[in-house]
Ligand binder design. Structure first.
Ligand code: FAD
Length: 474
């Protein structure tokens, strides 16, 4: 009888334990992807990620086809779909790679129990994380709430599993279940095609993920520690969207950083970022409310201003602060933003505009190709000061100084805010302080070609600090 391999956020053949175990059984494999109801939050998290998943599925289908079996696409409640496919094909075994997010667990647990009762073999495998979230616990068997001891525990745990190569061949079942057409799923934007520029930077699929990894470990990783904060430089791995859709496993990435000639401190620093992903996912597993509620409930009383107008200008990259605007426009154009600039834009929304982090989190979720149910809220809460091991609220990023420090010649701003392209570097992060002559020379007219600041930095800072102080003394 055939084995069903249910693909979820593991759209790869490489280091896919569920798939490899099925191949080893020598039985026909039914590769199945289910488009679950969107409200469950188990599929693409937003519109930008839906674009990604469309292409990732097309790529996975091609890979599996080469290996000998087609990818079957179905929509609906996962349990009902699995029942149908079992009936259509006579499959007696179901494999999947474990998901650790609360939404995924809520779907998988009852399915596993029900299928087992009916006598089917259900086998779930690890591989989406470096280590299982129940493995890394404190001495008192509690989850870690602070990153540094978590990292130490991760180091103590030793290397993650050795990645397994994709199976060489898969057997096609005689009776194939019906499949839907990917194009009918409408995962791609209708008109207007707001994702038109995504292709400038992204190629979804596991082949492209491996190429990114190779490029990174053979170059940028050597200067990772110093350059990773510079948004104008391609200094980071750009693997996040591939990881989010599971086109590459974190273990594959980890092992690719072994035995490199790159300085040890750069390699460790990179691994520490992978460990941040791991920390976010473990936190979310142990504390599902992390995604919606303030980790630190003192923030529940925060007096958010929440102006819709300000929120709208933030999303459009029209705040009048060039580094913020460049980041928000990069997000719209490419579905991705550099980490340093994510911190700056998030901080600006929360602290300068006093808008609840949850609104920003939701916007990012819809517009990021790497939108992740754990990393996104965990990082938003980190910036907001409400999160686990968070940056303190009173540390308020100054968008001018951040711009000058991390984008010193303004290359990043010029890329995404072309109306400032000709402005002298001295003023590129603060056009509002530039003399008339410098603005005129660059063809900039504040309030007309580029907005005046929607808030004044110094007073916004005071307002945020006062609100925080009131909260503290409650
Ligand atoms: P690299 O620097 O090459 O890092 C390698 C990998 O480590 C990344 O691919 C990612 O998987 C992981 N990583 C790095 N930094 C972090 C971090 N701070 N938290 C968790 N994992 C990290 N990352 C997401 O994957 N999805 C999100 O939805 C997301 N939302 C964010 C929201 C905010 C407000 C902030 C400040 C950060 C967010 N991040 C998110 C984390 C980080 O910005 C991205 O993972 C990183 O920019 C991806 O680029 P890269 O792959 O080149 O990273």
């Amino acid at each position: 009888a055939p084995v069903i391999v249910w693909f979820r956020k593991d759209l790869r053949a490489d280091d896919n334990a569920a798939l490899s175990a099925a191949a080893e059984m020598g039985r026909p494999v039914i590769a199945l992807y289910i488009r679950e109801p969107a409200e469950l939050g188990t599929g693409p998290l937003g519109a930008a990620q839906a674009w990604w998943v469309h292409h990732a599925l097309a790529s996975l289908a091609a890979t599996l086809e080469e290996l000998g079996t087609p990818l079957v696409l179905r929509s609906g409640d996962a349990h009902a779909v699995l029942d149908h496919v079992i009936e259509e094909t006579g499959a007696d075994t179901v494999h999947w790679n474990r998901r650790h997010d609360p939404a995924g667990i809520a779907v998988d647990t009852p399915i596993k129990a029900a299928l087992k009762v009916r006598g089917l073999a259900v086998r779930s495998f690890a591989g989406q994380l470096l280590h299982d979230p129940t493995r890394l616990m404190t001495g008192e068997k509690k989850p870690y709430r602070v990153y540094t001891p978590f990292w130490k525990a991760l180091e103590r745990e030793g290397e993650p599993h050795e990645p397994v190569d994709a199976p060489e061949r898969l057997h096609t079942p005689k009776r194939l279940p019906q499949s839907e057409a990917l194009d009918d799923w409408a995962l791609l934007p209708a008109k207007p095609d707001w994702a038109a520029a995504f292709g400038e930077v992204w190629t979804p699929g596991e082949k492209a993920a491996r190429e990114r990894l190779d490029t990174f470990v053979n170059g940028p990783i050597e200067d990772y520690k110093t350059d990773r904060d510079r948004p104008a430089i391609d200094a980071t791995s750009l693997l996040s969207p591939h990881l989010a859709s599971g086109e590459i496993s974190p273990a594959r990435i980890w092992h690719a950083t072994r035995g490199l000639e790159a300085p040890r401190e750069d390699v460790i620093h990179f691994r520490k970022e992978l460990a941040w992903r791991e920390f976010c996912h473990h936190l979310h597993f142990h504390f599902p409310a992390l995604a919606e509620r303030n980790w630190n409930d003192r923030f529940d009383d925060f007096p958010w201003e929440g102006s819709d107008r300000d929120f709208d200008l933030w999303t459009k990259g029209m705040t009048g602060y060039p580094i913020v605007d460049a980041g928000m426009r990069q997000l719209w154009r490419h579905g991705w933003v550099h980490n340093r600039v994510r911190m700056i834009t998030a901080s600006f929304l929360i602290k300068h505009l006093m808008i609840d982090w949850r609104r920003g989190e939701k916007w990012f979720r819809d517009t990021l190709v790497d939108a992740d149910a754990a990393s996104n809220p965990a990082n938003w809460q980190w910036v907001a000061g409400s999160g686990a091991d968070a940056s303190p609220f009173f540390r308020i990023f100054n968008p001018i100084l951040q711009g000058e420090k991390f984008d010193p010649d303004g290359t990043y701003v010029r890329t995404f805010v072309p109306e400032l392209r000709k402005l002298d570097s001295a003023w590129i992060h603060k056009p509002f302080d530039a003399p008339e002559s410098a603005l005129a020379e660059a063809g900039v007219e504040l309030g007309r070609t580029y907005p005046k600041p929607i808030v004044d930095h110094a007073s916004a800072r005071q307002r945020a600090l006062a609100a925080y102080k009131a909260l503290k003394s409650d």
